[in-house]
Design a protein around this ligand. Structure first.
Ligand SMILES: NC(=O)c1ccc[n+]([C@@H]2O[C@H](COP(=O)([O-])OP(=O)(O)OC[C@H]3O[C@@H](n4cnc5c(N)ncnc54)[C@H](O)[C@@H]3O)[C@@H](O)[C@H]2O)c1
Ligand SMILES: O=P([O-])([O-])O[C@@H]1[C@@H](O)[C@H](O)[C@@H](O)[C@H](O)[C@@H]1O
Length: 539
């Protein structure tokens, strides 16, 4: 089968259809091991695991004085369907730097396309993807040596080489031309994939000028007219048609379009599911394009993930997702400066060192940066970038009094000449022993789209996995899905959206640990805790 048949879907103007006949890839759904336990059952298309969730319940005595810690156990059963099936990824903003870079890179990996560089031949890879390029400790062997397995083989997961790609953009450029416009990938690679990507055309999208920078207007030549209700119906039809045309079992919708301004949260408009649906029917101005996509996705049972910082997931969206038992996730890919911050801030605070000021500056020259040069769009990004240290600070009242936090400044400037190669400079000034000061300065060249694209893969893979998992507990014998708001995605996101009244965790190590141990629980394995007791005794 020619390469073109491998990627061009049967849907008009939209799909990149994966075909396993291309370069061999690890099979979707492969796992590196089987669990040998009476509490884990492998069926023809399901893994069932009995799991004891150990936790500690802390109570404070009546006078508010001493604390009491009581170990507690909750019995869970997990059921993971192991047949991944055919899965699609529909990106909103497909023609952007991230969308075009990701599409070209998946094609290169699937087809085994290498390219020449000054240093020799470069092979495609998925570096920067937690699932595709990192490992987790499975356990220890008979010699007490650690055994590691690929993260994506703990439980059966979709493989990016098998994903069917499509999407929308307000700009009509083909994905081949968008790749060239992005100026992200090496020319020798672009040369080899251009013809095939040039046949991929984003579907027209919803464009409300008020929500993104005015400087984006010149791109908007590929838009859907009509009322908001008609646009919603059209987006729903696009999703259905894409699934049917490509014989998909499910599709994930990913917002990687421009950052929008925040939407006002208005009672009677977007505060509940019914009010939001009514607001769309009446064409209310405060319903953003991204919220319209989220509603369309939910109503079509397609998980929706917001890779940008705006408040797409307004209360009405959360309410609708909960009612429809459909998944949503967000906000804002955590790719560079903030990712480092979610490690460094936790390290400092957990070391008993008190950050007094965190000053984050960056400049970039891609279209994202151009859009962010407008105040309202920058404000959305400033919010998502600023909240990342809140949980770490709140966890240490020895360093910070209630309500106290470091000075935290975010600056973003648009400098066209650097393109997608964002330059980030951070300064951390911290109080140390006996009133001393410590200053850490970081210069970080973030190739933005090469850092964000693998995160889109991880968000896609984790979201797809969660559609195949159900659980029940000792207290509730009905099998049920996880909550509609996928807080398990937080590692990949700057401002994780979580189920109502649950904690926001930004610390990167905690986020990874949670994902790793939850996936281990799906196959009945205890959490990794690094106690290494087997190595601490006299032998
Ligand atoms: N490292 C990163 O690149 C990174 C990190 C975190 C967040 N993000 C966010 O990801 C998003 C995409 O980043 P990018 O660098 O690809 O930006 P980009 O400007 O290159 O691409 C955005 C695309 O969205 C399209 N678009 C705008 N409004 C649309 C709509 N209503 N419907 C469909 N398409 C629409 C634009 O035409 C453009 O092609 C931005 O919001 C950015 O803030 C990026
Ligand atoms: O992920 P990160 O490097 O902290 O944050 C980045 C911003 O600093 C950058 O200006 C923006 O263009 C990217 O979209 C990304 O959000």
């Amino acid at each position: 089968m020619s390469p073109i048949n491998n990627i061009v879907g049967r849907a008009a103007g939209a799909a990149a259809v994966a075909d396993r006949a291309a370069a061999p890839a690890a099979a979707s759904g492969a796992t590196a091991f089987k669990v040998d336990s009476p509490h884990v059952r492998y069926g023809s298309d399901v893994i069932e695991a009995d799991y004891t969730y150990d936790t500690t319940v802390v109570t404070r005595d009546a006078e508010g004085g001493s604390l009491r810690a009581r170990p507690a156990k909750v019995g869970y059963q997990f059921r993971t369907k192991t047949n991944v099936g055919r899965v699609g990824l529909m990106m909103v903003g497909w023609g952007g730097n991230n969308g075009s870079t990701l599409t070209a890179s998946i094609l290169a990996n699937k087809m085994g396309i290498s390219w020449e560089t000054r240093k020799g031949t470069q092979q495609p890879n998925y570096f920067g993807s937690l699932m595709m390029a990192s490992t987790v400790k499975l356990g220890v062997d008979e010699a007490l040596k650690d055994v590691y397995v690929p993260f994506n083989e703990v439980v059966p997961m979709a493989h990016p080489n098998d994903v069917v790609i499509g999407g929308w953009d307000i700009n009509s450029a083909s994905i081949g031309d968008a790749m060239r416009r992005a100026q992200v990938l090496p020319v020798d690679l672009q040369r080899q994939v251009y013809d095939e990507l040039h046949q991929l055309k984003p579907m027209p999208s919803v464009y409300y000028p008020d929500f993104i920078a005015a400087n984006q207007e010149e791109r908007a030549d590929n838009t859907i007219g009509g009322s908001k209700q008609e646009q919603l119906d059209r987006l729903r039809r696009d999703i259905r048609d894409f699934k049917q045309a490509n014989s998909l079992d499910r599709v994930i919708i990913m917002w990687t379009a421009n950052t929008e301004r925040y939407a006002d949260i208005l009672a009677g408009v977007n505060d509940t599911a019914d009010n939001l649906l009514q607001a769309i029917a009446s064409g209310h101005d405060e319903v953003s394009p991204s919220t319209l996509f989220a509603v369309a996705s939910i109503l079509e049972g397609a998980p929706f993930v917001n890779g940008s910082p705006q408040n797409t997931l307004v209360p009405g969206v959360i309410d609708l997702a909960e009612r429809e038992r459909s998944f949503v996730g967000g906000d804002d890919f955590k790719s560079g400066q903030t990712k480092i911050k979610s490690v460094l801030a936790e390290f400092l605070v957990n070391a008993g060192i008190k950050p007094l000021a965190i000053t984050s500056y960056n400049h970039l020259g891609n279209n994202d940066g151009r859009n962010l040069s407008a105040p309202a769009q920058f404000r959305s990004k400033e919010i998502s970038k600023s909240s990342v240290v809140d949980d770490m600070v709140a966890a240490n009242r020895l360093l910070y009094a209630k309500g106290e936090h470091p000075d935290h400044t975010i600056v973003i400037k648009y400098v066209p000449s650097v393109g997608d190669s964002k330059r980030a400079m951070d300064e951390y000034v911290s109080e140390i022993f006996m009133g001393g000061l410590n200053t850490i300065s970081i210069y970080n060249t973030c190739e933005d789209s090469l850092l964000a694209s693998p995160l889109i893969i991880d968000l896609f893979m984790m979201t797809e996995l969660m559609t195949r998992v159900s659980y029940r507990t000792d207290a509730d014998s009905d099998w049920q899905p996880f909550h509609s708001v996928l807080s398990i995605l937080s590692y990949m996101l700057k401002a994780p959206v979580v189920p109502p009244n649950t904690p926001v965790v930004n610390a990167l190590a905690k986020q990874r640990m949670a994902m790793e141990n939850i996936m281990r629980a799906f196959v009945g394995l205890p959490p990794n805790n690094e106690m290494l007791l087997e190595h601490r005794a006299f032998h």
